[in-house]
Design a protein around this ligand. Structure first.
Ligand SMILES: [Zn+2]
Length: 211
């Protein structure tokens, strides 16, 4: 299952103001062609960027696009939902609702990469129209439905949602490996809820499920 993401930010007003100052209106001129996300213009921005990561890790335990757990080899990469590349949407580089943790699979260049995710652009981020199911602005339950065949949890487009279709296409959400992993995680969460597992039991269960 894919759930709507929540981002609890701990940034102070002065930190938000600091970020607003580095919005890259002219990325080439100001930052030698590099986006200030990758090359923070000063230590303060670098420190705020680290704080954003801590906040995201605290509030988001699953990939914002496929809904699979972020753990093991990767705690997830910070992904810009609307790409920050200069030819896409650099002005949303530091927009908090544009930042989500994504697994290495969804974040790979072959999947999302710099593909455009905005179909109608507005000055205010939340007023833009996105062509994918947005991790914060959309409720996945309105876009996806699921079929459980015991081995896989299969994803399907609900209500003929074009955003769902696009997300499934870009991130390969109907890929058999992903459907199988999702079924395993779903089974795990069902058992956890049913038996209210203690942490030690949870480790045993994870080992039994081969996680
Ligand atoms: Zn993912």
């Amino acid at each position: 299952m894919i759930k709507k993401c929540i981002h609890n930010s701990s940034l102070t007003l002065s930190e938000v103001k600091e970020l607003a100052k580095v919005r890259p209106h002219e990325p080439f001129i100001n930052y030698k062609g590099n986006n200030p996300w990758d090359y923070p213009p000063n230590d303060e921005v670098d420190a705020i960027k680290k704080k954003i990561r801590v906040d995201l890790e605290a509030s988001q335990k699953v990939c914002g696009f496929c809904g699979l757990k972020l753990k093991g080899t990767s705690q997830g990469q910070i992904e810009h939902i609307a790409p920050k590349a200069y030819f896409r949407h650099p002005e949303f580089t530091f927009t908090l609702k544009n930042l989500v943790l994504a697994c290495h699979y969804c974040n790979s260049p072959e999947k999302k990469g710099t593909k455009d995710t905005i179909s109608i652009k507005k000055t205010i981020y939340s007023k833009c129209k996105f062509n994918i199911v947005h991790p914060y602005l959309d409720d996945p339950e309105e876009h996806y439905e699921w079929t459980d065949n015991e081995i896989e949890l299969l994803i399907q487009v609900k209500n003929d949602s074009p955003q769902a279709r696009k997300s499934i296409e870009i991130f390969g959400l109907d890929n058999p490996d992903m459907s199988e992993l999702r079924a395993g995680e779903f089974r795990h969460s069902q058992l956890k809820t049913k038996y209210a597992l203690l942490p030690a039991d949870e480790l045993l269960l994870e080992a039994a499920l081969g996680k």
